[in-house]
Structures are given as structure tokens and as C-alpha cells.
Design a protein around this ligand. Sequence first.
Ligand SMILES: NC(=O)c1ccc[n+]([C@@H]2O[C@H](COP(=O)([O-])OP(=O)(O)OC[C@H]3O[C@@H](n4cnc5c(N)ncnc54)[C@H](OP(=O)(O)O)[C@@H]3O)[C@@H](O)[C@H]2O)c1
Length: 311
Amino acid sequence: MNLTGAEVVVTGASGFCGAAVARAAAAAGARVRCLGRRPGPVGRHVPWDATRDLPDLAGADLVVHLAAAVGDPVPGRAAERAYRAVNIDGTARLLDAAGSRPLVWVSSASVYRPGGAALVTEDHPVDGQLSAYGRTKAAGERLALAAGAVVLRPRAVYGPGDPHLLPRLLRARRAGWLPVPGPDVRLSLTAVENLVDAVLAAPGWPAGPYNVADARPYSRDAVLRGVLAATGAPARLAHLPVGLAGAAATAATTWSRLTRRAPVLTGYAVDQLARDMVLDISRARARGYRPRRTLADHLARLGGEQPGQAG
Ligand SMILES: NC(=O)c1ccc[n+]([C@@H]2O[C@H](COP(=O)([O-])OP(=O)(O)OC[C@H]3O[C@@H](n4cnc5c(N)ncnc54)[C@H](OP(=O)(O)O)[C@@H]3O)[C@@H](O)[C@H]2O)c1
């Protein structure tokens, strides 16, 4: 789709990925309209609360939906309710308003059933999620797929301004040590620039789900060491047995329920770090997706050492 002069609506443009998408769409010549509670970095701001309002999509040539409740909240009914209100009910409102307009719905690899495949294709089962985030993203994406959207499933997006992964990593550091569950594993990660490329190309792809990640998976341990060193917070990795990490997550979650503060560790986080999780990106590649950025590029910008890539 040629974006020059096109009216592109971006939801979630005040957030990490949405801001990058909005900037890139504007740079490609689109007229950008940012729908959200706070303005995006470019374009026209139209107030929208996904939990309440029908969005104004009149005149849009393309809708890119990134607004979501994102995170790893204290498990329980309150989290399910809050995440549902944005990720499912907000999606339903967006789809109502979108009608037959081209729609790119940004999902997440968190929708996949944990475990059971060395290389995760788009046909991997979408159930059994371990967090309110994964469950509600999966339910929202079912609505989007039924409505004929192109659905992108990135995993662990990193880049300048990441409000989720890096801050959490830094919080988990203790006196120069970072506890990690089990031996090293291979993980897919997604540079925000690669996600943006996929989003802007996706309007030309057939409807359906597409994995989106960097070209090759990474060694978890090399990534953790590289990122911590690059941010000036080097740490040694303390490899804990997975069972012990799981027990610590249970204790941390119980503690967070009592204190109503975000848990330092959850079962979902342990699962994300303890298992190989490599996305097969051949479906997107077949449509021309060419991930150009790597974590090494990002770390080089930060002035750190380069992490090793795994096979
Ligand atoms: N970051 C990752 O590692 C990652 C990985 C896979 C998939 N994704 C997906 O990428 C998308 C963007 O994630 P992100 O990392 O950029 O998250 P983020 O920085 O937390 O941004 C979330 C965005 O959603 C908006 N939002 C939340 N509640 C809203 C509501 N009630 N009404 C309107 N807008 C609302 C926020 O806007 P305000 O708070 O300003 O209203 C913000 O712009 C999400 O769909 C997420 O599932 C992210």
C-alpha cells in the first residue's frame, strides 16, 4: 500500500511501538491520526479510551491497532477485568467502527500455548496462556482474525524507549547478580524497527496471523549479559533450577497480592525465560519481510558489547 497522502489511524501511538509506527508512517508520507488517551509523537490527536468509546475512524485508509493493556500483572480477577476491557472489549469497539477498512492488528507471541515446539509456526495452538495479558490478547486477536485483519505476532520488542523489558530486567538485578531460571535457551526477540517495517508492509499481505521477529534467535544468556553491560549495569548470571525459580515466582506473586505492588517475578516470566521460544518467520518472509535490525545494532548504539546469536 502506498502511504503517501493516505489517512492512517494509529492506536497506541503514545506507547513504545505505536510511537515508532506513527513516526514511520508520517515519514512515509501518510497523514497520521493518533487515537488514544494521550497524543502520539506526530499527527493529529483524537481522544479515545478503548474501554469506553467507539473510535472515530471516518475517512481512514488504514487502521493500525496497537493500543493494549501490556504487562505481567498480579494474577487475579482484577487483572483479567482490566486487561479484558482494553484488549477484548476495546478491540470489539475498534472492529465495529473499522467495518471493511484495511486493518493491521498488532498481537503478540504471548498468545501461543507455552511449550511443545522447537520452532513456533502460526499454526501452533493458541490457548493455555499463563497471564491475563496473553489470554486477553488471544481473545482480542480471535475477533480481529474473524474480521479479516492482518494480525502480527511479535515477541519481546526492544529498542529505544522500551518501557517493559529493560526496566524489568534492571529491577530484577540484585547486588551485581541476575537470577535466571535454568540453563541457557534460544529466544526470538523483535527490534522495534523490524516490527515497524512489518506493520507498514502488512496492509499488502493476505489476512491472517504472521510471526514477526529478528532474522535469527539469540542466546538468552548472551542477551542478558550484553544488555546489562550496555546499560552500565553489568551483572553475573545466577542460574537457578527452574523449579526453584517457579517457587520463587509463586512466593513473589503471593507477596504482591498482599502488598498490591507489581510482582518482581511471575510464573509467566519464568516460563518466558526458561524455555526455547523461537518463532518461525517464514510466512512473513514469503511476503517480503526482511528483518534488518539486530540486538547488536541496538547495543552498539548504546555503546555496549555485542551479544552472541544462537544457531
Ligand atoms: N513491547 C513488547 O515487548 C511487545 C511484544 C509483543 C507485542 N506487543 C504489542 O505491541 C503493542 C504496543 O505495545 P507497547 O510495548 O508499545 O506498549 P505500551 O508502550 O505500554 O503502549 C500501550 C499503548 O496502549 C494504549 N492504551 C492502553 N490502554 C488504553 C485505553 N484504555 N484506551 C486507549 N489506549 C490505551 C496506551 O496509551 P495511553 O496509556 O497513553 O492511553 C499506549 O499508547 C501492544 O498491542 C502489545 O500487545 C508488544
